[in-house]
Design a binder for this molecule. Structure first.
Ligand code: NAD
Ligand code: MG
Length: 394
């Protein structure tokens, strides 16, 4: 067997990061942990460093990084601590790593994820926000850096598995009529519309099928997550947005479908457990055990499907519009959503204010074509200012 892959995990303390470590732990002959990272919860990272003794640990927050450095030194653990965005970019581009799991949540994941693409890594992409914000620059970095981009998002991983053998992300696959992205519909799929005003953060993060971080759980409840995934799918699979459709499928058994021009539709099925797409991408094109329970179709019994109701899910309608208009609108959409979701999780705005904040930001946004990564960051920053200003009004 070849030498083990050296893995960098961006966002190792999060839901995807922990599932990645769970898969790695099952295959010590195949994978080694080269570097780990987090935002500010250094105590969680300390525990992971004890277990994995990586060469590097990167912490977004400099003060938290200093705490981690002292704690590691006190315990005699040789892991080197790096801090800030430059520390994250350093571990992403580190020549000692050949595989990078991009699992930081939100726009802060953009720079290190693109650094991994430029450095030509096998790049396992969970951080969909990077593609939504900077799709053209991101895909150019993948091409120019010679990276191997593999999707982790369960829907995109499903589609990838249903495309012809040898398919490379970014290329337009031949013979595809459309992609069908499945969505569970989240916890509020069938509650009375009037009750949405009083929804609490705890209710919104209680996803019926998946256990995930708080931000993506709220995005799943509003279906902004599916909107971001439509944009992600266009970049990953080289298709226009009118070839990507959303289908509500409450049981989360079918993770997405590819419909070909001859009328064949291929689907990937599995338990709703992110270790399935993670193990698939980590070992690709080989197959390894993921630890996920086997699919039990007898227990699932009935699979349901319905079209999304855009009145119930205005965030999905806003994302579809931004996807069609393109340019800088997806950047503004993503930034406004991050600000609104954080405010909702902090109890500062109501659940139903989330789409209102985003609509206000998009309404006043002066759309244009982003010219560089710096320009993307500037547009993101401006949209955040505008979203914070609208929090009080919505
Ligand atoms: P999470 O909130 O559980 O974890 C986020 C991770 O990002 C943590 O390790 C955190 O420390 C790190 N982080 C946050 N701010 C940071 C900063 N400033 N600098 C460095 N690190 C920082 O989130 P998650 O559910 O694991 O999701 C991660 C990404 O994967 C998101 O983009 C999400 O959309 C995507 N994703 C998640 C799932 C899922 O099932 N959880 C499925 C598909 C896609
Ligand atoms: Mg998904």
């Amino acid at each position: 067997m070849s030498a083990p892959r050296q893995v960098c995990i961006l966002g190792s303390t999060g839901s995807i990061g922990q599932s990645t470590l769970d898969v790695i732990a099952r295959h010590p002959d195949r994978f080694m942990v080269r570097s780990l990272s987090c935002g500010s919860r250094w105590q969680d990272l300390l525990q992971q460093c004890r277990r994995w003794t990586p060469a590097y640990a990167a912490v977004g927050d400099a003060a938290a990084g200093q705490q981690l450095r002292m704690a590691l030194r006190a315990e005699g653990i040789a892991t080197e601590v790096l801090v800030g965005e430059s520390g994250l970019e350093h571990i992403a581009a580190d020549p000692g790593a050949d595989t990078v799991m991009a699992a930081i949540v939100g726009a802060v994941g953009l720079a290190p994820t693109v650094a991994a693409a430029r450095a030509g890594k096998r790049l396992l992409l969970a951080n969909k926000e990077s593609l939504v914000m900077a799709g053209s620059f991101f895909m150019a970095a993948v091409r120019e850096g010679g990276a191997e981009l593999l999707p982790i998002d369960s829907e995109h991983n499903a589609i990838f598995q249903c495309l012809p053998g040898g398919y490379r992300t970014g290329d337009t696959p031949p013979g595809v009529r459309r992609l069908l992205l499945t969505a569970s519909g989240g916890p509020f799929r069938s509650v009375p519309l009037e009750s949405l005003d009083a929804v609490t953060p705890e209710q919104a993060v209680a996803h019926p099928n998946w256990v995930m971080g708080r931000k993506i759980s709220v995005d799943s409840a509003t279906m902004m997550n599916k909107g971001l995934e439509m944009i992600e799918a266009c970049w990953l699979f080289g298709l226009p947005v009118d070839k990507v459709e959303v289908l509500i499928h409450p049981q989360s058994v079918i993770h997405s479908l590819v419909e070909y021009v001859d009328g064949s539709a291929l689907a990937q099925l599995g338990s709703p457990d992110m270790r399935v797409p993670i193990a698939c991408a980590m070992a690709w094109p080989e197959r390894i055990a993921s630890g996920a329970p086997a699919l039990d179709l007898v227990a699932a019994a009935n699979l349901g499907f319905e079209a999304p109701d855009l009145r119930r899910f205005p965030c999905l309608a806003l994302a579809m519009q931004a996807a069609r208009d393109g340019g800088s609108l997806p950047i503004a959409l993503n930034a406004a959503n991050e600000v609104a979701v954080e405010a909702f999780l902090d109890g500062r705005i109501r659940y139903t204010a989330i789409p209102r904040v985003i609509a206000e930001v998009l309404g006043s946004h002066r759309a244009g074509e982003p010219e560089s990564m710096e320009h993307v960051k500037a547009i993101d920053g401006d949209a955040r200012v505008s979203a914070r200003a609208s929090l009080g009004r919505c």
